[in-house]
Design a protein around this ligand. Structure first.
Ligand code: NAD
Length: 507
C-alpha cells in the first residue's frame, strides 16, 4: 500500500485541493486500484480535486484495521478516550477556517454558514467526551441472594455512511458517540463531499488516536458504501441519507445482523396558526425551505397556513424572498448558495416543472439573476393551489421548493400533515400554547419546534418516525445506537448447592 505523506492542501484562490488521500489504519493512501473521481465546486461546476475511488479491497483494509484495534480501544480507559476527543475538539477549533473553506467549496454552503458550522463541531466532540465515563449499565433487583447488573459495551467496528448536505457535522455527530463509547469507525463520506472528512482525519491523527481507530474510505455508494454496509465484521451502521438508500443499507446489514441507525428523508410541515406573529412565521418558513438551498432533512417544504391569514402571509413571504441573496457562496452577503451537484440541480428543476403542472407558481421557479455561470443555482420557489396528493407536496425534493396549503380546523390539519410516509419534523407558529401543544402531540414526527426554527444541538435527540428513520442521533438517547447490553448475574450464596432450589427455578 503506497502512502501519501503530505497533508491535504487547499488553494483557496484557485479553488482547488491537492494531496487528497483516504485515511486507512493511520496512513493517507490512494485507492488500492489507483482509481479516482473528480469532486466539483457547485458554485462553478469546475473540478476541485481528484478523490480516491475505493472499492471492496479498500473497505476490507479499513475494516480489518478497525477490527484489529477494536478490543484495545474498548478497554482504553474512558477518561483517556475522552481526552483524545478533547484534543480533537481543540484542533478542529484551531483549523475551523480551513475546514470551513473546504466545506464551502465542496458542498456549496456559503462561507459564513460553513464557518458557523465548523465553529460548532467541537460542541459534539466535547459533549461525547464528557459522557464517555458517565454512561453505564444498571443494577437490577432480582429474587434471591444475587447481584444482577448490566454492562453497556461498545458494538465493535461501526460504519458511518454520510450524505453530502452537512458532511462534517453529520459525520461527527455519529463518530463522536461511537468513539467515546469505545467503538472503532470506518467512515464513507458522500461522493460529492469527501474533502472535510479527509482534513478531519489529519486532525484525528494529530490528536493522538491510535492507528485504525478512525478510518475514512472515499468513493461511490454502490461500490464503497455497499461493501461497507455488507461487511460481516461491521457490527453497527449509522446511515444518514435518503429513505430509498436507507432501505438498501438495512437489507445489507440484515445479512450479517448488524445494528442499524437510519437517519432518513423528510417532507416536513411548517404550520402557521391564525394567531401567529406573521413576520416570525415568514422568517421560520423561509429558513425552513431555503436554508442550505433546501438541502436539509428537516426542510419545511409544506407550508400549512391558516385560511384566515393566507393572503397576508403570502404577501409577506414574497417580500421576504425578494430580499434573499442567492449567489456564489464566497461572495459577501450571500444567504443561499448553489445546489450540490448537476444531478441535484436537474432533479430540482424537474420538480419545478412538475409543480407547474400540479399547481400555480407563486414565486421564483427560475435561475437567480446574476448567479455565476456553470453553478447549480435555483431561485427560492413557491407553489400555491397544490393538492395534498400532488407529487411536489408528497415527495422529498431536496431543494428550495415549497407548496402552500391552507387549513381551517385542527383535525383537517393533523390529518393532512400525518398523511405522509415521512415523519421527521414539524415547525408550529402561533400564540395559543395549549393549541400548539395539543397539535404537537398529534403529529407523527420525531421532532417539533414551536415558534422557532431548527437548530441542531449535541444534547437534543434527533431522528424520525415512520420512513424518516430508526434510532436517534444526539442526546443521551444516542447511547443505545452505539452500545449493546451485557447482563451479569452473581450468586452470592456460599455455594451453589446450598442456595439452589431447582424446583422453584422459573426455567
Ligand atoms: P443518498 O442516500 O443518495 O446517499 C447517502 C450516502 O449513502 C452517500 O454516502 C452515498 O454514497 C451512500 N450510498 C448510496 N448508495 C448506497 C448503497 N447502495 N449502499 C451503501 N451506501 C450507499 O443521500 P444523499 O442524496 O447523499 O442525501 C440526501 C438525503 O439524506 C435526503 O433524503 C435527506 O433527507 C437525508 N438526510 C437525512 C438526515 C437525517 O438526519 N434524518 C440528515 C441529512 C440528510
Amino acid at each position: 500500500m503506497s502512502v501519501t505523506t503530505h497533508a491535504l492542501t487547499l488553494d483557496a484562490d484557485a479553488r482547488t485541493a491537492d494531496q487528497v488521500a483516504m485515511f486507512v489504519d493511520g496512513q493517507f493512501v490512494p485507492a488500492a486500484a489507483g482509481a479516482t473521481f473528480p469532486t466539483v465546486d457547485p458554485n462553478t461546476g469546475r473540478t476541485i480535486a481528484e478523490v480516491p475511488r475505493a472499492d471492496g479491497t479498500d473497505v476490507d483494509r479499513a475494516v480489518a484495521a478497525a477490527k484489529r484495534v477494536a478490543v484495545e480501544w474498548q478497554f482504553t480507559d474512558a477518561i483517556a478516550r475522552a481526552a483524545l476527543l478533547r484534543n480533537l475538539a481543540a484542533l478542529v477549533t484551531e483549523h475551523a477556517d480551513e475546514l470551513a473553506r473546504l466545506e464551502a467549496l465542496d458542498s456549496g454552503h456559503y462561507l459564513a454558514k460553513a464557518s458557523e458550522l465548523m465553529g460548532a463541531i467541537p460542541l459534539w466532540l466535547d459533549y461525547w467526551a464528557s459522557l464517555a465515563d458517565k454512561v453505564g449499565g444498571r443494577t437490577i433487583e432480582v429474587p434471591g441472594n444475587k447481584l444482577s447488573f448490566t454492562l453497556l459495551e461498545p458494538l465493535g467496528v461501526t460504519a458511518h455512511i454520510v450524505p453530502w448536505n452537512y458532511p462534517l457535522l453529520i459525520m461527527v455527530r455519529s463518530c463522536a458517540p461511537a468513539l467515546a463509547l469505545g467503538n472503532t469507525c470506518v467512515v464513507k463520506p458522500a461522493e460529492d463531499t469527501s474533502l472535510s472528512a479527509l482534513k478531519f482525519a489529519e486532525l484525528v491523527k494529530e490528536a493522538g488516536f491510535p492507528d485504525g481507530v478512525f478510518n475514512v474510505v472515499t468513493g461511490f455508494g454502490t461500490e464503497a458504501g455497499a461493501s461497507l454496509a455488507a461487511h460481516p465484521d461491521v457490527a453497527g451502521i449509522t446511515f444518514t441519507g435518503s429513505t430509498e438508500t436507507g432501505k438498501t443499507v438495512a437489507k445489507l446489514a440484515a445479512d450479517h445482523v448488524a445494528q442499524v441507525n437510519l437517519e432518513l428523508g423528510g417532507k416536513s410541515p411548517t404550520i402557521v396558526f391564525p394567531d401567529a406573529d406573521l413576520d416570525d412565521a415568514v422568517e421560520a418558513a423561509v429558513q425552513g425551505f431555503c436554508s442550505h438551498t433546501g438541502q436539509v432533512c428537516v426542510a419545511g417544504t409544506r407550508l400549512f397556513v391558516h385560511a384566515d391569514v393566507r393572503e397576508q402571509f403570502l404577501q409577506k413571504l414574497t417580500a421576504r424572498l425578494e430580499q434573499t441573496q442567492v449567489g456564489d457562496g464566497f461572495a459577501d452577503g450571500t444567504q443561499m448558495g448553489p445546489l450540490v451537484s448537476q444531478k441535484q440541480y436537474d432533479r430540482v428543476r424537474d420538480y419545478i416543472e412538475i409543480g407547474k403542472t400540479e399547481g400555480t407558481l407563486h414565486y421564483g421557479g427560475g435561475r437567480p439573476a446574476g448567479a455565476p455561470e456553470g453553478g447549480y443555482f435555483v431561485e427560492p420557489t413557491v407553489f400555491v393551489d397544490v393538492a395534498h396528493d400532488a407529487r411536489i407536496a408528497r415527495e422529498e425534493i431536496f431543494g428550495p421548493v415549497a407548496s402552500v396549503h391552507s387549513w381551517s380546523t385542527e383535525d383537517e390539519l393533523v390529518e393532512a400533515v400525518n398523511d405522509s410516509i415521512y415523519g421527521l419534523f414539524a415547525v408550529l407558529l402561533g400564540s395559543d400554547i395549549k393549541k400548539l401543544l395539543s397539535t404537537a402531540r398529534r403529529l407523527q414526527v420525531g421532532g417539533v419546534m414551536i415558534n422557532d426554527w431548527f437548530g441542531e444541538l449535541p444534547m437534543t435527540p434527533h431522528g424520525g418516525h415512520k420512513q424518516s428513520g430508526t434510532g436517534r442521533e444526539e442526546g443521551i438517547e444516542a447511547v443505545h445506537g452505539y452500545t449493546q447490553v451485557k447482563h451479569v448475574s452473581v450468586n452470592l450464596d456460599p455455594s451453589l448447592r446450598a442456595g439452589s432450589d431447582w424446583a422453584g427455578a422459573p426455567l
